[in-house]
Write a protein that binds this ligand. Sequence first.
Ligand code: GTQ
Ligand code: FE2
Length: 373
Amino acid sequence: MNTLQPGSSDWKNVAAQNQPDSSPALDALYQGMKDELLVPLWTQIGDLMPAHPQSKASAHLWRWKRLVELAERSGHLVPVGRGGERRAIALANPGLGGRPYATPTLWAAIQYLMPGENAPEHRHTQHAFRFVVEGEGVWTVVNGDAIRMSRGDFLPQGGWNWHAHHNAATAPMAWIDGLDIPFSYYTESQFFELGRESLSKAEMGTPAFSRSERLWAHPGLRPVSQMQDSATSPLLAYRWVDTDRALTEQLKLEAEGHAVTLSPGHAAVRYSNPTNGCDVMPTIRCEMHRLASGTTTQPRREVGSSVYQVFDGQGSVQVGKERWQVERGDMFVVPSWRTFTAGCNKDAPQLDLFRFSDTPIFEALHAHRAGNP
Ligand code: GTQ
Ligand code: FE2
């Protein structure tokens, strides 16, 4: 009899139990199955149906200094243009077989443009965003709308919109991209199309604010001409001044005795779609977290994977058994159901963490679970 109880930690080893001894008949049975391309559940169930997510992805840290150094060298050695499309270098999680996947669902890359360079126009069904940890000078042009990219800015770019990037400055610029490329790849749901070779002079302009911001970046004020909800955010830049002010006010309100933080000293905002209040994209959730000096987050685990980039400050982060000291630009992965905690060093004024995750996928499928272990 199988004596395993629900929730038993031995569940993973169930396939090894109550098995008949090896015999010529048994070997012939398994060979027969193999020949017919059949696999019995009882030899696989522990791997296929574990008691809780057992991510193949590793908790891993990439140092920003090393990413920038290799991006810079690529800038000098490898041209950007049609075909390769982007000078983007992806984080390849060591648990995912060398594929350019930060997590099973998420792509994370550093992208780099030299002064005067253009990344040509294209569109794809994969949802994307850019986040700028340092520098300025690049404009991304989404459906002909030129959007300035500066430190701390978050730029969502929903699937199937035309986009190109150009560096209008005299210095190179790096930023990070997040996309749902691995999710689209596994689910075989992706489409891609090349765009125009060059943009118009107007589209190559360098306005301080995009048309999308002039229309949408007024908190709580929706243009009445735009009442159709959209699955992706029509606001194409979320500026650092606004994010910073929102986090600063949360911590000030907390100091005044109002319960507005996640835990003491832990402020957070989620980038949201102004047409429906939901995530900026159907597959990717993006947030900025701020930890006050010397404070620590509540340990938390949840279904789905995240990638973090340290925006500012110094701190320590723990992902499962891995623990690292982190600073500006460093990027790390939190695999599904792995316990995560972050703390701001006592001698740092704050720790700001940009986070993106695949949570909206699991929420939409009613497969999301989270808890404080
Ligand atoms: O900038 O359009 O990192 O299409 C990966 C795919 C960036 C982009 C990436 C892309 C882009
Ligand atoms: Fe793209």
